[in-house]
Design a protein around this ligand. Sequence first.
Ligand SMILES: [Zn+2]
Length: 183
Amino acid sequence: MATIQVRFLGSGDAFGSGGRLQTCIWIKAATSTFLVDCGASALIAMRRFGVAPNDIDLILLTHLHGDHFGGLPFFVLEAQLISKRSRPLVIVGPPGTKRRVVEAMELFFAGSTRVHRSFALDIRELTLDQPQTLGDVTVTAYRVQHPAGAPSLALRIPCARENHYLFWRYRMDRSPCVGSQRS
Ligand SMILES: [Zn+2]
């Protein structure tokens, strides 16, 4: 992966502590732009910081708590109705992501999973402990202890510098550990 840019659009917890927005981290890589997590306030954060939803190729999820994936029903609906998205959107998360995203969309906007979309919505689930390539992004997921009704993940993403990685790990929502790591 070449040089990447990282921007923390939201770094708050589930409860609005300090007035911060929920988790949503924007990353621009060589040929793709993606989010790590998409909390319920993700679209608000994107509008605030001038990030166009249509520029997002991929959304990676660390775990299936609402403050980390609750923005997806809004994001998908916005793509259809406002941004008029035409290219595929890939959502990747832990095992169980497909079912939980569909359930969340139906709960928030009944019938929204059954309408004809102008773009392909590709929801995938990560295999643990194995590097997986998504466009120009390679991610390895490791299971961590954080009950969410599905495995919670630490995500390891290679950076531009050899043997350096972005590493996301949430021990608890109130004590995220986000930073870079050397292997
Ligand atoms: Zn959580």
